[in-house]
Design a protein around this ligand. Structure first.
Ligand code: PLP
Length: 418
């Protein structure tokens, strides 16, 4: 039993996983033919919808041509064309693209690029600053940058120290900015890593674009690099292609993954400015950027990403996102006066709300009970503790959303009746 060991799953406590056999648009089809609304875009990856036709077609075409090739010493058209398109669509000033396979690896690459930069220019800086409540992945480096808690307690001795900058909650932005400035003055910071505008796995906590812009300015003033982790926020989630667009900033290093292929296949990219690349460009082999993985820039994944970028070019994706954002905003607004919940919030296509809970013990079990309740209503939602969020694919209709929010509205009573 449990031959398959699932991620973030306590097999001793959780029910059997949902067996999914097909998917189309915003819907998953279970083995028993029951349909489930994918209201979390299958862990925030699906953007246009499952099996989006142009992407599926590109995958078929590419796999018939070139399936995989080593990317050290070889190259191919899908990767080259994709890199050019990524530079075009990303905030202006990013000039080089390093491919990897997941959000975590894109962040590991970003941290290594930053540390390599300082070492290679001859003034080593090794201190990383990170935003409170951050989540950047589950590898040792990304866990180090992310918030500490029950999820990584076992690995604590192996995590490196970072300077933790308080989260810029509404009304407390200046505390964040002052803390960042003070940290930079105290000892040189190699890089600040942050999720722009919203801390995702840390509880869907939103902050404003002015603060993001000011954080970048403070980094610039002190020569610290700014790493934007747009693994979740990228590809339209926050209403613009990238969250950084709303603050009109270009990070020194940008991490993208998840929706890069429309969510169809695993691919990630770390984009860097000229000076980061230049610091590694040398007659001295020791300055090489020493990072690789077997499937770096897999041609089929690159073809899927290219097709995704062409969808962005050819279809009114931002308009669709705007329409979904409006639907989402009006749905979450109906919870404003619902005493059973608090902090309804919305950023682009993402909404979140906190279920009021009596005690911490209840909090621990609420997420699982909620998931079961939502599934009984044919909606896939995966609360973070008592924070319920909806992050659907962009093809989700008003009717689909109504189903999700009805399931949320009925959740507190269903749970207390248990
Ligand atoms: N960074 C952020 C902001 C994320 O939300 C995630 C995943 O949710 C990651 C990094 C890690 O991405 P992956 O799960 O693809 O490794």
């Amino acid at each position: 039993r449990h031959t398959v060991w699932h991620p973030f799953t306590q097999h001793a406590l959780e029910p059997e996983p949902v067996r999914v056999s097909r998917a189309k648009g915003a819907w998953l089809e279970r083995h028993d033919n029951r349909r489930v609304l994918d209201a979390i875009s299958s862990w925030w990856v699906i953007t246009h919808g499952h099996r989006y036709a142009p992407i599926v077609e590109a995958v078929h075409t590419q796999i018939d041509r070139l399936d995989q090739v080593i990317f050290a010493g070889c190259t191919h058209e899908p990767a080259e064309r994709l890199a050019d398109k990524l530079i075009d669509v990303a905030p202006r000033g990013l000039a080089h693209v390093f491919f990897s396979d997941s959000g975590s690896t894109s962040v590991e690459v970003a941290l290594k690029m930053a540390l390599g930069y300082w070492r290679n220019i001859g003034t080593p800086r090794t201190r990383i600053a990170a935003l409170e409540h951050g989540y950047h992945g589950d590898t040792i480096g990304t866990m180090s940058a992310g918030a500490r808690g029950v999820f990584n307690a076992a690995y604590e001795p192996f995590l490196f120290d970072v300077v933790r900058i308080p989260f810029p909650h509404a009304g407390r932005e200046q505390i964040t900015l002052d803390a960042l400035d003070a940290a930079c003055r105290e000892e040189p910071i190699a890089a600040l890593i942050a999720e722009p505008l919203i801390a995702g796995a840390g509880g869907m906590l939103i902050y404003n674009a002015d603060t993001l812009a000011e954080m970048k300015r403070i980094c610039e003033r002190h020569g610290a690099l700014f790493i934007a982790d747009e693994v979740m926020t990228g590809w339209g989630r926050t209403g613009t292609v990238f969250a950084c667009n709303q603050a009109k900033i270009t990070p020194d290093i940008l991490c993208v993954a998840k929706g890069l292929t429309g969510g169809s296949l695993p691919l990630a990219a770390t984009l860097a400015t000229e000076r980061i690349f230049d610091a590694h460009y040398s007659g001295d082999r020791a300055r090489t950027f020493f990072h690789s993985s077997s499937f770096t820039a897999n041609p089929v994944c690159c073809a899927a990403a290219l097709a995704n970028l062409e969808v962005w070019e050819n279809e009114p994706v931002l308009k669709r996102i705007g329409a979904l954002a409006n639907l989402q905003a009006s749905q979450i607004a109906t919870f404003e006066s619902d005493e059973r919940f608090e902090n309804p919030r919305c950023l682009g296509t993402i909404t979140a709300i906190d279920l009021k809970v009596a005690d911490a013990g209840y909090l621990a079990s609420a997420a699982l009970a909620l998931r079961t309740h939502f599934l009984a209503h044919d909606v896939l939602l995966r609360p973070l503790g008592n924070t319920i969020y909806v992050m659907p694919p962009y093809c989700t209709t008003a009717g689909d959303l109504a189903l999700a929010y009805e399931a949320i509205r009925s959740a507190p009573d269903a749970l207390t009746q248990k």
